[in-house]
Ligand binder design. Structure first.
Ligand SMILES: [Zn+2]
Length: 446
């Protein structure tokens, strides 16, 4: 991993995503000890600072690293094994048994593969759910990859609907989660933070949910991360078990609030929307996953009009099938325009903010990441604009939202360390990973 003690990073366009959505042409930033020290025009920065390390910005847009607010890196080995299924079948037939059968090495390999893809396509931070067993191997993969993450063990204690899912008694589940929090929360220069990952109400008893809420209150900066109101069938089952609708059930358990992020949030009634707003609960929007599993179209515009904080996400590789946040940016704005039959809904600048600074707000990390501002962490990406899809280029934000893809990302920096440059992942040996994945793949081949 190449750590930049100090460096000047240049760009044809610097897209800051600050409160004024400032864009600087012919720009540069000066980075010291993993933080953004100064930004301005190239001429000004070179006049004020000299550095032995200059990262060229010719034909490049520099912007904050993308923030994925809901992922399952550990599911990456199951990419392409669960196509064309509904959520509950997808879970019970492939995902839960697949996760159960992962060896320790598989957990590490699958997670590392997921982080590699995210880094390669411009994601610098991910809010990630691991699996029930050997989750420390997934955390190790995050540490080794250099990505910034909130992550933790997947918490489940009931499996009545999913016989192949791995569960443990609630007390044991929470004991193991606390062990991880004590070991990893705030580690690696605060690059790794913990989260309490309650899978969803169909796999977490009221007892476990209560323990999760109590544990969350005992630590600072610890978030609850869960799925909710994703598909109609799931909501129906929750209502049958809990005697009330999904969001009301979560509220009554005490699991909602500004330190809770809910993935999906599609099927809500009017009062449930109000509950989300009043509790300041965060929403993670996963457009590709919602389309592929035919779960529904989240009313992102409604949340935004109410003032709810919404981040963007890929979900896991088996329901997407890739982890490229640029796909989500483009699809999210298209879906809202069609849903509302209004071309003005979710314009380019707003959706780019959802993938950067608003994603950071959704996971309570915006004081350090999500925009290019003095004092913030140097989590940055350069996007190449020399290829045909960037010609002509009138507006860098329009290009990033409507034309660019993760494959255009050419430099990725997290915490002042270069994780991807000149077509190479600096922390991950992709040749070795690819060989290991092939061996895993052979297990599935007839
Ligand atoms: Zn998910």
């Amino acid at each position: 991993m190449i750590r930049l003690k100090e460096a000047i990073i240049e760009a044809d366009y610097l897209v800051t995503c600050n409160s004024k959505n400032q864009i600087i042409k012919e720009a540069a930033i000066y980075v010291v000890a993993g933080r953004i020290h100064s930004l301005g025009t190239k001429t000004q920065i070179h006049k004020d600072y000299s550095s032995s390390k200059v990262i060229d910005g010719t034909n490049k847009i520099l912007l904050p690293g993308l923030i994925n607010t809901h992922s399952h890196s550990v599911q990456t080995l199951l990419r392409g094994k669960a196509d064309d299924l509904s959520l509950l079948d997808w879970l019970s037939k492939v995902i839960l048994p697949g996760e159960l059968n992962f060896s320790k090495q598989d957990v590490y390999l699958s997670s590392l593969l997921g982080f590699a893809e995210m880094i390669r396509t411009g994601t610098t931070t991910t809010n990630d759910m691991l699996t029930t067993h050997d989750s420390e191997k997934g955390i190790e993969a995050a540490i080794d990859s250099g990505i910034r993450t909130r992550t933790g063990k997947m918490l489940m204690d009931i499996n009545q609907d999913f016989p192949d899912a791995e569960v443990e008694p609630a007390d044991e589940v929470i004991e193991k989660a606390i062990k991880h929090i004590e070991t990893y929360h705030g580690s690696k220069n605060n690059r790794i933070k913990s989260s309490l990952n309650a899978r969803f109400l169909l796999s977490c008893s009221p007892k476990l949910m209560n323990l999760i809420v109590t544990t969350q209150q005992q630590y600072s900066d610890l978030m609850i991360h869960t799925h909710a109101s994703e598909s109609k069938a799931e909501c129906k089952k929750v209502e049958k078990i809990f005697g009330e609708s999904y969001i009301r059930a979560l509220r009554d358990i005490g699991a909602l609030g500004s330190e809770t992020i809910i993935a999906h949030g599609i099927w809500l009634d009017e009062e449930e929307y109000r509950i989300i707003k009043e509790t300041d609960t965060r929403i993670s929007h996963n457009p590709s996953s919602n389309c592929k599993l035919a779960s529904g179209i989240c009313d992102v515009q409604k949340y935004l009009e109410m003032g709810v904080i919404v981040g963007l996400a890929t979900d896991g590789a088996p329901c997407n099938n890739n982890l490229d946040m640029f796909n989500e940016i483009r699809l999210a704005t298209f879906l809202q325009k069609v849903k509302h039959l209004n071309e003005k809904v979710l314009p380019a600048q707003q959706i780019l903010r959802m993938a950067t600074i608003d994603g950071a707000r959704a996971i309570n990390w915006d004081h350090e990441i999500g925009s290019i501002e003095e004092g913030k962490k140097a989590d940055l990406i350069q996007v190449d604009i020399s290829d045909i899809n960037a010609i002509p280029l009138y507006d860098p934000v329009s290009h990033l939202v409507y034309s660019a893809s993760g494959k255009d990302v050419c430099t990725v920096i997290v915490d002042g360390k270069i994780l991807y440059q000149e077509n190479v992942l600096t922390t991950i040996d992709m040749k070795r990973i690819t060989e290991e994945v092939k061996k895993y793949q052979e297990k599935w081949t007839d």
